[in-house]
Design a protein around this ligand. Structure first.
Ligand code: COA
Ligand code: AMP
Length: 638
């Protein structure tokens, strides 16, 4: 449904403009007010923003609180103890279970007792490598309860990627499970964890393992503890008060190199921003059901499966299944209908998967979706076809919104709780209050409407956004803040139209988006280049109807290597899967005679991508040998 009417009694957009203007003109006043929705141990007081050390900013520098208390205990104390906090719906194990706020608080308090017994105290790191089970959510909240810093690693990453993150975070404890279930396939996590910890230079002293009946893991004597036994022996512990500026979690995300960036989230700014976002961006009230169909391993899972709905006193849904095949393309509509979901949030790729199997929406029509008010989509570009399909079938606003791991919550969105603006297909609408979003040209000047440039955010960014990268202030400045002093560089390119709507055109770096998952082509190139027969290589993201983009690798073999191309290609595919993980969806490696380059030796990845996508390639005048482009096209069979 295209939104043409405004809920505002005044001119369309006026209310939104007023709230946004106030947030930019007086950020401290704006966020001071928002902070009153959070329970503080020591309230913020006079200083709302510490800007004494630009480009580093800290929100609520004098305040203290506990995030778990805000997500659970205070709702129990306020009389919401019997309200559902978490609904676990797992078609892959035929399980459904609801935890009330009281039950979830009790489980989390006991689990925090287990961790405390293992020596975890405020500031210690805990790595969580878990499938989509309630225990994953409990683990995150138990860390928050202790003031410990969790780092969740997505289950689709291979042992090496897990080892890299363990070595960077140096956790005291790792929490994992015997297995995850991918559709009908049981993926044993524990052997992957064991491999990772054998590789890691700084393994933890203890691992807490949830044994699932689908696969029982072998335990390492003296290191591994069984979840059920440990819980039975532990006592609940209260919340530990931390500074608002203390870290709540680290979430590693892909950068342009193989070394992931450890995005840090603080406690206070995060609690304020996320609490504010539920009613204002998503239009959801306490007591309503909010479902983010994502994974706790991604930022969407952190913010909108775990923290924001609970901070705001809503009910969250944890879904262990896929959009299709568990058992059919009606799965999302079944869950939304059965649990009376008010707002569903997922990635466009999930909707494309459903559309492919149920183009006329027959499965959808089997369910009563009268409670569903909005479908929010993010994680990758929402193509107009998918937008129109979902919007026509659901007959509710389909809201594209744009953000990233670093921001932690939406940067650009139609804020349904403030004022529903008219939707333009292909645009995530306008800057969310708190964000001053600009399109900058090469020289750092604002680009006029319609002209593409780098999407940047004027500093300081609002609460909830990353204060730095874990243990790497320098990389934080280098990656995001040095290109345009006074601005945060998002890594995306795009333009604003004459009405101020943002259009994202894609990444301007080597990051690609595969099925809503952010991946680095640089890290794949690093893997390919370790193959003994490979002289040089390039990985590009190629358009894909289902996943948005998929990686394709090109390799040039060393002189004298006389092997069948297919054999090398199969080895390369296996290497990326082993080293980075199945989530990379790296299924295509092509042996070519040469790579197209400029005369100075720079590989023309953008030109290769245009050829792969069937576009007219933009061939720079500095190209060394244009004939190579035909060879690339032949290899791709385009
Ligand atoms: N643990 C272990 N393996 C995992 C995994 C996990 N948590 N998540 C994914 N994988 C594996 C998959 O099984 C698959 O393996 P395969 O190559 O052996 O088939 C591979 O990683 C790629 O996974 P995925 O990209 O998810 O593809 P898919 O074909 O299994 O499913 C979609 C395609 C579109 C249905 C699926 O990607 C989807 O639901 N995407 C939603 C995206 C999303 O939630 N994004 C978060 C941001 S909002
Ligand atoms: P991640 O950090 O994994 O959430 O990925 C963030 C990146 O995904 C952004 O920088 C964008 O490139 C892309 N992205 C997220 N949401 C959108 C959207 N609504 N439209 C276009 N791209 C998006």
């Amino acid at each position: 449904m295209a939104l043409s009417e405004s809920t505002s009694p005044v001119a369309v957009g006026a209310r939104y403009e007023e709230v946004h203007r106030r947030s930019i003109a007086d950020p401290e006043g704006f966020w001071r007010e928002a902070a009153s929705a959070v329970s503080w141990e020591q309230p913020p007081g006079e200083r709302i923003l510490d800007s004494s050390r630009p480009p580093f900013y800290r929100w609520f520098p004098d305040a203290t609180l506990n995030t778990c208390f805000n997500a659970l205990d205070r709702h129990v104390e306020a009389g919401r103890g019997d309200q559902a906090a978490l609904i676990y719906d797992s078609p892959v194990t035929a399980t459904k279970r609801t935890y009330t706020y009281q039950e979830l608080r009790d489980e989390v308090a006991r689990l925090a007792g287990v961790l405390a017994g293992l020596g975890v105290t405020a500031g210690d790191r805990v790595v969580i490598y878990m499938p989509m089970v309630p225990e994953a959510v409990m683990s995150m909240l138990a860390c928050a309860r202790l003031g410990a810093v969790h780092s969740v690693v997505f289950g689709g990453f291979a042992p090496h990627e897990l080892a890299v993150r363990v070595d960077h975070a140096r956790p005291k404890v790792v929490i994992s499970a015997s297995c995850g279930i991918e559709g009908s396939r049981v993926v044993e996590y524990k052997p992957l964890l064991d491999l990772a910890l054998a590789e890691a230079a700084h393994p933890p002293s203890a691992c807490l393992i949830l044994q699932r009946p689908q696969a029982v893991a072998a335990m390492t004597e003296g290191r591994d503890l069984d979840w059920v036994q440990a819980m039975a022996a532990a006592s609940p512990v209260p919340c530990t008060t931390v500074a608002a500026t203390d870290p709540l979690y680290i979430l590693y995300t892909s950068g342009t190199t193989g070394v992931p960036k450890g995005v840090v989230r603080d406690n206070g700014g995060h609690a304020v921003a996320l609490t504010w976002s539920i009613p204002n961006v998503y239009g959801v009230k306490a007591g309503e059901v909010f479902w983010a169909a994502s994974d706790v391993g991604w930022v969407v899972g952190h913010s909108y499966i775990v923290y924001a709905p609970l901070l705001a006193g809503a009910t969250t849904v944890l879904y262990e299944g896929k959009p299709v095949g568990t058992p059919d393309p009606g799965a999302f509509w079944r869950v939304a209908s059965e649990h009376k979901v008010s707002v569903l949030f997922t990635a466009p790729t999930a909707i494309r998967a459903i559309k492919k199997e149920d183009p006329s929406g027959e499965h959808l029509r089997r369910y009563d979706l009268s409670r569903l008010r909005y479908l929010f989509l993010a994680g990758e570009r929402l193509d107009p076809d998918t937008y129109h399909w979902a919007s026509d079938l659901l007959n509710i606003p389909v809201v594209d919104h744009w953000w990233q791991t670093e921001s932690g919550w939406p940067i650009v969105s139609n804020c349904m709780g403030i004022e529903a603006l008219p939707i333009k297909a292909g645009s995530p609408t306008k800057a969310v209050p708190g964000y001053d979003v600009r399109i900058l040209d090469e020289d750092g000047h604002d680009s006029p409407a319609g002209r593409e440039g780098a999407v940047a955010i004027r500093l300081p960014m609002p609460p909830g956004t990353l204060p730095t990268l874990y243990l790497d202030d320098d990389r934080y400045v280098r990656s995001y803040l040095s290109r345009y002093p006074g601005f945060y560089l998002t890594g995306d390119g795009g333009h604003l139209d004459e009405d101020g709507y943002l259009f994202i055109m894609g990444r301007i770096d080597d990051v690609i988006n595969v099925a809503g998952h952010r991946l680095s082509t640089g890290s794949m190139e690093e893997v390919l280049s370790t193959h003994p027969d490979v002289a040089e290589c390039a990985v590009i993201g190629v358009a894909d109807q289902l996943k948005g983009q998929v990686p394709v690798g090109f390799v040039v073999l060393k002189a004298g290597v006389d092997r069948k191309a297919q054999d090398v290609e199969a080895e390369l595919v296996a290497m990326v899967r082993d080293r980075i993980g199945p989530v990379a969806a790296f299924k295509r490696a092509l042996v070519v005679a040469r790579l197209p380059k400029t005369r100075s030796g720079k590989i023309l990845r953008a030109t290769m991508r245009q050829i792969a996508d069937g576009q007219e390639p933009n061939v720079p005048s500095t190209i060394d040998d244009p004939a190579i482009l035909d060879e690339i096209a032949q290899a791709l069979e385009v």
